[in-house]
Structures are given as structure tokens and as C-alpha cells.
Design a binder for this molecule. Structure first.
Ligand SMILES: NC(=O)c1ccc[n+]([C@@H]2O[C@H](COP(=O)([O-])OP(=O)(O)OC[C@H]3O[C@@H](n4cnc5c(N)ncnc54)[C@H](OP(=O)(O)O)[C@@H]3O)[C@@H](O)[C@H]2O)c1
Length: 307
């Protein structure tokens, strides 16, 4: 399995991780109704057993429940883990001291002495991105954070983050953003390029377009969750030609699931893909993408059809 490095000197991990937005969340997802803790633990254990160790969570996911579940599952597991979590710049967080307080909360929920990677979830006002990056740099110096990541940073914000962290003798290790066969703007607006030029690991979130690229949803069978209908619902009607080509490619590689075509496309673009999985079957299918890869011809036709 080809591994991907976190930043310029971080650990090497499998190019597929575990996304945990839906873990413990019943605002945007249906935690407690369609799936619960037992299914999520099975997803986590299955991922780790398959060599998938990078886990992405956030203090805001399930209002802290995602971090608590990840911390609990990781503690029960002897395998390698790498946990990335995020600080949310709520509008009422105006003091720089909000960030060390948030870190203390995340450390407690995760049950670890230091966070493997800490990310600013969105570069939202009222405080500047630089303010929060300086506060994370303080946490690195205090031994509470090991790597610094961005999340939803555009190309100019990546450049700003590089400058701010350089002034503290630190580097931006990663940036996560929506990147998939249905979200290719990062290829056009310079975001992918600035990350690659600066050895910033590209973390592709929503790599399955929230399930649309698995082929199980369509105009007559949309996802039930409101947020998914709003974000991706309009794309359902025009997906058929892309899904048909993904199906052809999946069959040619030995009847692989469509999700693996979508994930292997991200990996071939040099990204670490973090699909959300809610049960062992999804986790196993997603990890299965690590055992094969797309050809140059496959990539050319997928690129053309998804453009
Ligand atoms: N930084 C940010 O602002 C941000 C934003 C969004 C996401 N993220 C991160 O990225 C992660 C992944 O993104 P995402 O959850 O939005 O979207 P995604 O990974 O594209 O899609 C996840 C959903 O697809 C379905 N699925 C997963 N594996 C499957 C499989 N093998 N076969 C069929 N269906 C499958 C599941 O939903 P159903 O079973 O219900 O269809 C799952 O919840 C999040 O969990 C989070 O960690 C970060």
C-alpha cells in the first residue's frame, strides 16, 4: 500500500482515513435512529484492522460526541491511530483564550495528552485566521498539539497560514476541503497547486459526495437527510453518465464497488480521502480501495466526464 506523509515531516498514513462528522450527530445525520455506537465501533475497528488509521473529527461534530466516541474506540484499540480534530470559531469566541479552552475540552473527550493534528475548522470572523494560528502555535510549544492543519482554507489563506506559522518556526501540515469527482474547483483555483508546492497534505473531505458517488441515490431515491438534499440534491439529476462510466471501470477491475472508484480517483490526485463510514460494511468497502488503483485511461475518462 502506498502511504501518504502528513506535512513535510509527519507520520506516513494510508491515503484513506475515517470521517466522523455523522458520529453522534442527529442534527444533520440520523445518529441514534439508523445507526448507533455499536455500528460506529465496528466501523472504527474494521478500519484500523485494514490499516486505515487517520481519523478526522471536530469538537462541533455531534456537539462533542464524535470526539468522545473516537477517544473511546481508540483507547480500546491497540492499533496505530492518528486523530485530527478541529477548533470551531463560533462568533462568540472573541478572546484568544477560547482556543486553549477548546483544546482542553478536546483533550478530555479524546482522552489523550496531546492532539495529533489540530485544525481551524473554518476561517470565519470575527477573529482573524492568524489569531487562531498563533494560539495553536502556543499549544504546539506547550506540547498539546503535534501538527497544525487548515480546513476550508482557500489559496490565499493557505499562503497567509504559511507566513504566520513561519514566523513561529512552524509549518502548515495539511488543508482539508471538499474534493471529489463532483467537486473539482480546487484544481482550477490554485488551491491544489499551492498545497503541493508547499508539501501541505491535501485532505479530501466528502470524497463520496456524501454518498452520491456510491450509486445508491438518484432523483427518485434521494438521501433522507435535509443537509444532503440542500448541498448535493441538485446534482442527482445529472449524475447518470458519470455513474455509468464508474460502473464500467468498477466492473473492469473485478466488480469493485463504485465507492472505491470515487476514492481511488482522490488518491490518484495525490489526496488523503476521508470518507464518512457508519458501519463495518462501509468501512470495509472504503478500505478496499487501497488494494487496487485506477489506470491512466480510467483517470482520463473520469476527468473528462466529471469536468
Ligand atoms: N472540514 C469540513 O468543513 C468538513 C466538511 C464535511 C466533511 N468533513 C469531513 O469529511 C468526512 C467525510 O465527508 P462526508 O461525511 O461529508 O461525506 P462522504 O464521505 O462523501 O460521504 C459519507 C456518507 O456516504 C455514505 N457511505 C460511506 N461509505 C459508503 C459505502 N462504502 N457505500 C455506500 N455508502 C457509503 C454514508 O452515508 P449513507 O449510508 O447515509 O448514505 C456516509 O455517511 C466527514 O465525516 C468529516 O470528517 C469535513
Amino acid at each position: 500500500m502506498q502511504l501518504i506523509q502528513i506535512g513535510h515531516n509527519g507520520p506516513k498514513v494510508a491515503p484513506i482515513g475515517i470521517g466522523t462528522w455523522a458520529w453522534g450527530d442527529n442534527l444533520f445525520w440520523s445518529y441514534g435512529a439508523d445507526y448507533g455506537e455499536a455500528e460506529l465501533k465496528a466501523a472504527y475497528d474494521t478500519s484500523l484492522a485494514a490499516g486505515v488509521s487517520f481519523t478526522d473529527t471536530a469538537e462541533i461534530y455531534g456537539m462533542g460526541r464524535s470526539e468522545s466516541l473516537v477517544g473511546k474506540f481508540a483507547a480500546d484499540n491497540a492499533g496505530e491511530t492518528f486523530i485530527a480534530t478541529k477548533f470551531f470559531p463560533y462568533p462568540w469566541r472573541v478572546l484568544r483564550s477560547s482556543l486553549p479552552r477548546a483544546i482542553r475540552g478536546s483533550l478530555q473527550r479524546l482522552g489523550v495528552p496531546a492532539i495529533d493534528m489540530y485544525q481551524v475548522h473554518w476561517p470565519f470572523p470575527p477573529r482573524s485566521l492568524g489569531t487562531w494560528l498563533h494560539a495553536i502555535a502556543d499549544a504546539v510549544e506547550a506540547g498539546l498539539v503535534k501538527q497544525i492543519g487548515g480546513s476550508n482554507l482557500g489559496p490565499r489563506q493557505v499562503e497567509l497560514a504559511i507566513r504566520v506559522l513561519e514566523s513561529r518556526g512552524l509549518r502548515l501540515a495539511s488543508n482539508q476541503f471538499s474534493y471529489s469527482l463532483l467537486a473539482r474547483k480546487p484544481e482550477r483555483n490554485g488551491l491544489l497547486q499551492v498545497c503541493k508546492e508547499n508539501q501541505i497534505t491535501v485532505i479530501a473531505y466528502s470524497p463520496l459526495a456524501q454518498g452520491l458517488l456510491t450509486g445508491k441515490y438518484g432523483p427518485k431515491n434521494p438521501p433522507r437527510d435535509i443537509s444532503r438534499r440542500v448541498v448535493n440534491g441538485s446534482k442527482l439529476g445529472s449524475l447518470a453518465p458519470l455513474l455509468a462510466e464508474m460502473q464500467r471501470i468498477a466492473a473492469a477491475h473485478g466488480d469493485k464497488p463504485l465507492s472505491q472508484v470515487a476514492l481511488n480517483w482522490c488518491i490518484a490526485k495525490g489526496a488523503l480521502a476521508i470518507p464518512g463510514a457508519k458501519n463495518a460494511k462501509q468501512a470495509e468497502q472504503n478500505a478496499g480501495a487501497l488494494s487496487w488503483s485506477l489506470s491512466e485511461e480510467d483517470m482520463a475518462s473520469l476527468d473528462a466526464l466529471s469536468a
